[in-house]
Design a protein around this ligand. Structure first.
Ligand SMILES: [Zn+2]
Length: 293
C-alpha cells in the first residue's frame, strides 16, 4: 500500500494524540484516523474531484448524484470502526447498503487499513518500492542533441510517467531510450507557439536542459502538464520562474535575454496564470535587445 510518508506521520500523530486525550475510548485509535482520512479526505475528493485536481471539469448533475452516493457509502465505511456510528444511515435510500458493507469482514478490513497508514514504521518513512504509472501515451519529442545538419528533429515516442520519473521508448513494447528521474523534473510549462511554430508544446524543465514534447490535443497537453507538475510538486529544487518561449537564434524569444542561463522571466504560480516578473529595468533592456535583433 502506497501512502505518502508525510500523511502516515500525520495519521500516526493524530492517533497518538487522540489515544492520550481519551484513554478510556477503545475506538479512538481508529475513529480519530478514520474521521480524518475518510470524512475529510476521501469523501470530499469524490464529491468534488475538480477541487482535488482529479478532473478538469465539474461533473454534470447525473454524475454528481452518483458521486454523492459513492461518497456517502465511503463515509459509512469509515464509520464502521466506531461502535456509536456503525450502522447509522441517515438516508432511507442508503439502507440497502448497510447489509452490503457493515459486516465483520469490512470492519476488519477498514481497521487493518487504518492500522497500516498510521503505524509507527510507516510514519518513519519506509521506502515506497512500488512503481505507480501516473500517465502514459504517445508524444512528439524534440531531440535534445543536435543532428549532423544542426537541426533538431521531432520524433514520436511512447512516454511513461511514474512516481519514479519520466521514461520514453520507440513504442510501448520497446526498450527505454531515456529516463528523467523525479528529482530532475523541476517543472512543466506550456511553450509558446512562436518558438517552433507548433501548438500544444510542453516544456519539461530539467537542471541543465529542457525537454520539449508536443501533445496530440489540448486535453492531453493539459493532463500531461498537470501530471508532471504533480510529480515534482514536492521537489525542493522545483523552479519558480521559467521562460514561456524557447532559446532560439541566441536569445530567449520571450524576454530577448541573450544568455541561455538567464533566469526565467515569468513566474510559475499555482493557479497556472502567467505572471511576468520583469522589473522596469529588465523590460527596458529586453526592448533594447529586441530592437537590435
Ligand atoms: Zn524569457
Amino acid at each position: 500500500m502506497a501512502c505518502p510518508t508525510v500523511m502516515c506521520q500525520v495519521f500516526h500523530n493524530i492517533r497518538e494524540a487522540a489515544a492520550w486525550k481519551f484513554p478510556n475510548d477503545g475506538d479512538v485509535c481508529f475513529t480519530s484516523v478514520s474521521g480524518f482520512v475518510f470524512l475529510r479526505f476521501f469523501a470530499p475528493a469524490i464529491l468534488n474531484p475538480k477541487l482535488f485536481q482529479m478532473r478538469n471539469e465539474h461533473p454534470d448533475a447525473q454524475i454528481a448524484r452518483t458521486l454523492t452516493l459513492i461518497s456517502k457509502a465511503i463515509q459509512s465505511l469509515g464509520n464502521v470502526v466506531s461502535s456509536v456510528l456503525c450502522g447509522q444511515v441517515k438516508e432511507p435510500y442508503m439502507e440497502t447498503l448497510k447489509t452490503l458493507i457493515l459486516d465483520q469482514e469490512h470492519i476488519t478490513a477498514v481497521k487493518r487499513f487504518l492500522e497500516i497508514i498510521s503505524s509507527p514504521s510507516r510514519a518513519q518513512g519506509l521506502p515506497v518500492d512500488s512503481t505507480i504509472v501516473l500517465k502514459e501515451g504517445m508524444l512528439i519529442k524534440r531531440a535534445q542533441g543536435r543532428s549532423r545538419l544542426g537541426f533538431k528533429n521531432f520524433k514520436k515516442r511512447f512516454f511513461v510517467l511514474t512516481n519514479k520519473g519520466l521514461s520514453y521508448s520507440k513504442d510501448k513494447t520497446k526498450a527505454t531510450l531515456g529516463h528523467i528521474p523525479v528529482c530532475d523534473i523541476l517543472g512543466a510549462e506550456s511553450l509558446g507557439e512562436d518558438s517552433f511554430h507548433l501548438k500544444l508544446m510542453v516544456q519539461i524543465i530539467q537542471p541543465d536542459r529542457l525537454l520539449y514534447v508536443q501533445a496530440s490535443n489540448t486535453v492531453e497537453e493539459r493532463e500531461w502538464t498537470r501530471a508532471l507538475r504533480k510529480v515534482c510538486q514536492s521537489n525542493p529544487h522545483r523552479v519558480q520562474t521559467y521562460h514561456p518561449e524557447a532559446f532560439v537564434c541566441a536569445k530567449w524569444l520571450c524576454c530577448k535575454e541573450r544568455s541561455e542561463k538567464a533566469p526565467g522571466c515569468t513566474h510559475h504560480n499555482r493557479m497556472n496564470a502567467k505572471v511576468n516578473v520583469k522589473t522596469a529595468r529588465q523590460k527596458e533592456q529586453a526592448k533594447q535587445c529586441g530592437n537590435r535583433s
